[in-house]
Write a protein that binds this ligand. Structure first.
Ligand SMILES: Nc1ncnc2c1ncn2[C@@H]1O[C@H](COP(=O)(O)OP(=O)(O)OP(=O)(O)O)[C@@H](O)[C@H]1O
Ligand SMILES: [Mg+2]
Length: 480
């Protein structure tokens, strides 16, 4: 039977199956409907679910019921009748008439929706207009019953013609049907919505898992690459130092006099060897920086001295290209706390780039000025998610030193600026490119600046020039 089906297994609403009456119906509206029927027709109404749960009730105790209930036998008979009326299940879709010993009746109206019986409405008790006499079942009920009083009480029972009662029930069913329909539709919509959300969530979780998988694989690959790079670089460096050493000895004539042509060849071997060594050192540095293994040992240093030293180192290369290098700084530049070797490495990279990417008769200007920086300290890494902007705004500014390396060179297109700090990235990545290098300098410089709690940025205009700015915090008074 449908009833059992409803009790045993929850309806699969996503396939359009009907759920329980109590799940579909809004109890407040149901109570409202019952109340207005009671007000209109004066008839008591109770609505039960298929499981027998009372969902709504509006009723008034009738005089006859009150009187009968005051008698011993009457009380028993009354509660039996009421219980039977409420438990009685209409088998057909038609209304069932359940009689009471008083002559009154209950109409039990099945609630049917989509061919399923979801519950029932019990209307009554009321007296059918056709009943005119007080029935013997009432008069003989209890020896203590006063027939006159019973008759008077019974006459107060609402009277309805059977046909009218059937029409009232049909009307009530029609309204319930509407409520059920909208409840069903709302439930279907929300169930579908839930199903969609659940499905989307499942898809997202799957994608997330596969992304995590890919990420783990990439991380492992990256680790292998780093290991490989470290081993290979290390193994290359030892023989390379020998090659350079032996070429220097040959050049110095230790193995005997050489012809000018031989000297030229040996010089090429040495300079190419030195370039290779530089590249290998860069690779090793990058590797150490990526693994967080590069430690810096800071000293209290004068930024002007370091920049001047770097300028001197770059002058020969600049002169070869007919590029002028000039330096200018104020007198009040404070000392900074930095690793002199690493600071030199940062500046050599930047000045070297400026010279490299500036054509003949161009200028490179080096300057230092005092500025402010909002410093991020070691413990702040957790806030890195926002790119540091939110956290940086919260920090108090500190006095700092700004190095500017300005050139009148080829410039960097706007779209490339974000990428030039990536390892191995070069604006001209073609095999026929004009400028040497491996694309490591800026990436190393950026990591080294970060290790000094500083910042690096660039401003550039194609064909006009580029300026790199490195800002490092001033040395703390107690640090020197
Ligand atoms: N001053 C500059 N003017 C124009 N382009 C620049 C300048 N500095 C850097 N770039 C661009 O950024 C790229 C990356 O610079 P980076 O210093 O990292 O690598 P590189 O100089 O090519 O090689 P390496 O520094 O490893 O010898 C350069 O290849 C160049 O395209
Ligand atoms: Mg470079």
């Amino acid at each position: 039977m449908d009833e059992n089906k409803a009790e045993n297994k929850p309806a699969d609403i996503s396939y359009g199956e009907i759920a329980q009456l109590e799940e579909l119906i809004d109890r407040e509206s149901l109570r409202e409907v019952c109340r207005s029927f009671f007000d209109l027709f004066g008839l008591s109404i109770r609505v039960f679910s298929a499981r027998g749960a009372l969902l709504a009730t509006v009723h008034e105790e009738r005089s006859i019921c009150r009187y009968v209930n005051s008698l011993n036998k009457g009380r028993v008979a009354c509660s039996e009748t009421v219980a039977q009326a409420q438990m009685r299940l209409p088998i057909s879709p038609e209304t069932v008439v359940h009689p009471c010993f008083t002559g009154a009746v209950y109409h039990i109206v099945p609630i049917i929706y989509d061919d399923r019986q979801l519950g029932r409405i019990v209307i009554g008790p009321f007296l059918p207009s056709e009943v005119t006499n007080t029935p013997p079942s009432l008069l003989n009920l209890d020896p203590q019953l006063d027939p006159e009083r019973a008759r008077a009480a019974l006459s107060e029972m609402p009277r309805v013609r059977s046909q009218t009662a059937i029409r009232i029930a049909a009307h009530l069913r029609g309204i319930l049907d509407l409520i059920l329909f909208s409840g069903h539709r709302a439930r279907l919509t929300s169930t579908m919505h839930l199903a969609t959300v659940r499905e989307n969530y499942r898809e997202l979780s799957e994608k997330n898992a596969s992304l995590q998988d890919a990420f783990n694989k990439l991380k492992e690959l990256d680790r292998l690459k780093s290991n490989f790079l470290a081993t290979v670089s290390h193994e290359l460096r030892t023989p390379l130092t020998s090659i350079i050493g032996y070429s220097e000895m040959l050049e110095a004539g230790i193995a005997g006099e050489m012809t000018p042509e031989q000297t030229g060849f040996v010089e090429t071997i040495r300079t190419k060897g030195e370039l290779l060594l530089l590249l290998i050192t860069s690779l090793l540095d990058l590797n150490k920086l990526e693994r967080g293994q590069l430690s810096i040992s800071t000293e209290y240093i004068d930024p002007r001295a370091v920049l001047d030293e770097v300028r001197e180192m770059c002058v020969p290369e600049a002169e070869k290209k007919q590029v002028k290098i000039e330096a200018a700084w104020a007198d009040d530049v404070p000392f900074i706390q930095a690793d002199p070797v690493r600071l030199r490495q940062i500046l050599i990279n930047l000045v070297g780039n400026a010279v490299k990417f500036t054509p003949a008769s161009g200028h490179v200007e080096l300057s230092i000025r005092v500025t402010e920086i909002r410093v991020r300290t070691e413990g702040d890494e957790a806030e890195e998610d926002d790119g540091g902007f939110g956290a940086a705004l919260m920090m108090a500014p500190e006095r700092a030193v700004e190095f500017a390396i300005k050139d009148t060179g080829i410039g960097i297109p706007e779209a490339e600026i974000a990428k030039i700090f990536d390892a191995f990235y070069q604006v001209d990545g073609s095999s026929t490119r004009e400028y040497g290098g491996a694309g490591l300098g800026l990436s190393i410089a950026k990591s080294l600046v970060a290790a000094h709690h500083g910042t690096i940025r660039v401003e550039s205009r194609p064909a006009q020039g580029t300026t790199f700015f490195v800002v490092l915090p001033e040395a703390q008074p107690d640090a020197g």
